[in-house]
Structures are given as C-alpha cells and as structure tokens.
Design a protein around this ligand. Structure first.
Ligand code: UTP
Length: 297
C-alpha cells in the first residue's frame, strides 16, 4: 500500500459509548457516564465539539443498553427553544443550538455485549466503510489550545497511516494503558515497533501510553473481525493496531495539552476544576475558591 493510500482525509469519527462505566457507580446506574457534566456540557458534547472543530463531518455512536439519552442530547428541542425565546434568553438559545447535531450526520449502531473496545469499533465497520476514521473515547478529555484531534489530523496530513495520541504516564500506572515499544522519535511523531495492552510496570517496554484519540485505516477491521481476545479477555483495539505494524505506518502522536481521565472520579474532579478555572463567566470565582481551599490544607 502506498503512502498516498493511507492519508486520505478523515471525515468520520466513531464514539464507542457502550461501556458499563463501573468506576462511576452508582452515578452511572441509570445515567450513561458520557452524560456526566464537565462544567456546563456533558462529556459526549465535549467530544462532539472537538471532532467538529477537527473537521469531522459524520458522527458514529456505538451505543448500548440504556444509552438512548446520548443521541437525544443532540436533538432539536422545539418546546425548550420556544420557551427560552419567549423569555428572551437568547444567549441560552445559542448555547442549546450549538448542542444540536447537523442534520443527517449522526449515525447509530449498537454493541449488544460489551466485549471490549476493539469489538465496539468493529461494530461500526459498515458505517465507516472503506475510509480512514477517527476514534474518540469520550471519557478522555484533553484541555488544549488546539483541540487534540485537530492536532492529530494536521499531523496525519503529512504522515498518514494509523496514529494514536500518546503521553508519558507514571510507570506504576502502565497496567491501565496500551504501552508503546518505541522505534523512533521525530518531534511529536513516535514510530512504533510494538504495542502491549495493560502491561505490568516491570514488563512495560516504555511509559509512553495511548490515550483515547486515534486515526485508523479501514484495514484494521479485518483483524478486529477475527474477534481475538486479548488482555482482560476483551477484544482489544491495541492488539489490532499492533497487527498493522509493518503493513502500514503506525505512529504515536505526542499531543500538546493535558488529558483528564473523566472515567475515574479523580480525573473527573480534576477536569471540572481545570475547565471551571478557564470558564469565561465563573473562572475567576473558581480560581478564588481553589486558592481558598488550598489555604485550608
Ligand atoms: P473503559 O475501559 O473506560 O470501560 O472503556 P467502561 O466500561 O466504559 O468503564 P469502567 O472501566 O467500567 O468504569 C473505554 C471506552 O471504550 C468504550 C467505553 O464506553 C469507553 O468510552 N467501550 C469499552 C465500549 O464501547 N464497549 C466495550 O465493550 C468496552
């Protein structure tokens, strides 16, 4: 395959949202974790906006049981809009309008059983078709001047192939991530010669780890469709990416910005503080509050 074939534009993004969210129980007993609010918008909307700003045109949700609220969030709500307009709340009308999905651009598929992230992505194969696509893990939120996926798509225009956002993690934490066996480093682009899903700290080939942003080529579905089980007895996306090494370009991308794991309670609270401190309306008050709290320690 020539390099020309593997840097076709990325128009579609897959959002796997079929996970169980057990780390956030009981909050996620009924409500999907992707609806947890980060300041004033649910996590799913933050991910949607990041994808939109990166030029994504089609949004594919891999949904599961009790997740209907996620697609409804992006609906046009006529009664709400009329009420806001009649009360003169035009700024809020704008904010709600910004949360609507462009007509005909949301596509839904289901993952009947949560068999792993790789399986969730495979469930989108018909909707993705034969073109490159992005994957956004909604609970990974990146605070950055240029949205993380936009940074990646800009870099992808040059290097093509398969790409995963990466960052260094403490060695003690490698068992939570897919970890890179690094072949080369060229600025923010990291050549990969191997990938290990959730290695013990002593077995990890590095501390450079994948977070929830990917650009993938459609050939990945061939491996995913074999339903091979990996770490944790789940069908792992990392294994499928590792399988492409040597067949197509496979790179890590050291993004600029700070990533928060909003699927964990600590990461979620940190993200709310960090985003809250930058909020145009309440930012100053949040900063004052944080300073005061720190002073009481
Ligand atoms: P997580 O590892 O965070 O799993 O999945 P989870 O079930 O969502 O949450 P916990 O660990 O039980 O608290 C990473 C991402 O992959 C999706 C999740 O929705 C999340 O965005 N996922 C995972 C699926 O869509 N299907 C799966 O089978 C597994």
């Amino acid at each position: 395959m020539s390099n020309k074939d593997v840097n076709r534009p990325v128009r579609k993004a897959v959002f796997p949202v079929a996970g169980l969210g057990t780390r956030f129980l009981p909050a996620t007993k009924v409500m999907p974790k992707e609806m947890l609010p980060l300041v004033d918008r649910p996590l799913i909307q933050h991910a949607f906006e990041e994808a939109r700003e990166a030029g994504i045109e089609e949004f594919i949700f891999v949904s599961g049981r009790h997740k209907e609220m996620l697609e409804e969030h992006f609906d046009y709500q006529p009664e709400l809009m009329e009420t806001l307009e009649s009360r003169g709340k035009l700024d809020m009308v704008e904010r709600v309008r910004d949360s609507e999905m462009p007509e005909g651009k949301l596509f839904l598929t289901r993952q009947a059983r949560p068999l792993g992230l790789g399986h969730a992505i495979w469930c989108a194969h018909k909707l993705v078709g034969n073109e490159p696509f992005a994957v956004m893990l909604v609970d990974d939120v990146v605070l950055a001047d240029t949205p993380c996926l936009k940074q990646m798509i800009d870099c992808y225009a040059d290097v093509g192939g398969n790409m995963a956002a990466v960052m260094d993690v403490p060695r003690a934490d490698t068992a939570k991530y897919g970890v890179l066996d690094v072949e080369s480093e060229n600025g923010q682009v990291v050549g990969i010669k191997g990938l290990v899903e959730k290695p013990k700290p002593e077995d990890a080939p590095s501390t450079l780890s994948i977070i929830g942003r990917y650009i993938l080529q459609p050939e990945i579905f061939e491996y995913l469709g074999q339903f091979n089980k990996g770490a944790g007895n789940e069908i792992q996306l990392t294994d499928a990416i590792a399988h492409q090494i040597g067949k197509q370009p496979v790179n890590g991308y050291r993004f600029d910005g700070t990533r928060y794991d909003c699927g964990s309670r600590l990461g979620f609270i940190q993200a709310n503080i960090a985003f809250g401190m930058r909020d145009p309306e309440i930012g100053t008050s949040v900063c004052d509050f944080v300073k005061k709290q720190a002073g009481t320690l």
